[in-house]
Design a protein around this ligand. Structure first.
Ligand code: AKG
Length: 222
C-alpha cells in the first residue's frame, strides 16, 4: 500500500546541521510499480482536490496582501483550522486519495496526522518563499511529513543563524531534490532552526503536487 513512498528524513538541530539531513538513498531505488502508483495518485489528486480561490488564495505579508504563487487547499478532520501568513483556513473533509496517502504515511512513519496542506505548482514559475512551519497550533512532537508527486523540484533549507543581516554563523544551505513519490520527514526541532523554500526553476514545465501532513493540537481547535 505504501509502495509509492521513497523516504528521506531530516532531523536537524543547531549543532551538526548537514550531517543530520540524510537521504536514505537505498530506499530511492526506482521501481516500476512505485512509479506507476505515484502516477496514479497524482492523477487522482488532479481530479479530487479543490483549490482555494478569491480571498483564500491570498496571503498577508508585512501588512500587504499578495496572490499565492501556486494553488493551495486544506483537508483534514472536521472542524480543524490552520492559520498562516495571516489567513485562517478550514479543513475540507478528507478525499479518498488523501486518506489513502495519509494512511500509507502513517504506516511508514508510525505517526498519525489530522490535517494536510496541499500545494500545486503548475510549473517551475510557481514556488514557495522561505519560511518555517512553526505555527502554535502544530503538535511539536509530530514530524511534518511531506509527500511529493509530479515534477521533481529543489527544496532548500537555510539555518536561521545564517540568514540576512542578523547572520552570525557560516552554515551552508542544504539542497534536496524532492522526487516523484518521495516522502520527506521534518522532525522536531528542524522547524525551529531551519527555514525552507521551494525556489523558482524556470526550466521546469510540468506540474507538481506536494502534501504536507501535519498534526494540529485539538486544544486549539476553533
Ligand atoms: O512544496 C513543497 O515541497 C513545500 C511545502 C512547504 O514548504 C510547506 O507546506 O510548508
Amino acid at each position: 500500500m505504501e509502495k509509492f513512498v521513497n523516504k528521506s528524513s531530516c532531523i536537524n538541530d543547531a549543532k551538526s546541521p548537514q550531517k543530520k539531513i540524510k537521504l536514505e538513498s537505498d530506499e530511492r531505488i526506482e521501481n516500476e510499480d512505485e512509479g506507476e502508483e505515484a502516477h496514479h495518485l497524482f492523477k487522482q489528486l488532479e481530479e479530487e482536490v479543490v483549490y482555494s480561490t478569491g480571498e483564500e488564495a491570498k496571503v498577508q505579508l508585512f501588512g500587504k496582501v499578495h496572490n499565492i504563487p501556486r494553488k493551495q487547499a486544506t483537508y483534514g478532520d472536521a472542524g480543524l483550522t490552520y492559520t498562516y501568513s495571516g489567513v485562517t483556513r478550514l479543513a475540507c473533509p478528507w478525499t479518498q486519495t488523501l486518506e489513502y496517502i495519509r494512511d500509507a504515511v502513517t504506516k511508514t512513519t508510525g505517526q498519525t496526522f489530522n490535517f494536510v496542506l496541499v500545494n500545486r505548482y503548475k510549473d517551475g514559475q510557481d514556488h514557495m518563499g522561505e519560511h518555517r512551519d512553526d505555527e502554535k497550533e502544530l503538535d511539536p512532537l509530530c514530524p511534518i511529513a511531506s509527500v511529493s508527486l509530479g515534477a521533481p523540484r529543489d527544496f532548500i533549507f537555510r539555518h536561521r543563524d545564517a540568514r540576512g543581516k542578523q547572520s552570525h554563523r557560516q552554515i551552508k544551505p542544504v539542497k534536496l531534490e524532492l522526487a516523484h513519490g518521495s516522502l520527506l520527514l521534518m522532525n522536531s526541532p528542524t522547524n525551529t532552526f531551519w527555514y525552507h523554500s521551494l525556489p523558482v526553476r524556470k526550466k521546469i514545465s510540468l506540474p507538481r503536487i506536494n502534501l504536507t501532513f501535519r498534526r494540529i493540537l485539538l486544544g486549539r481547535k476553533k
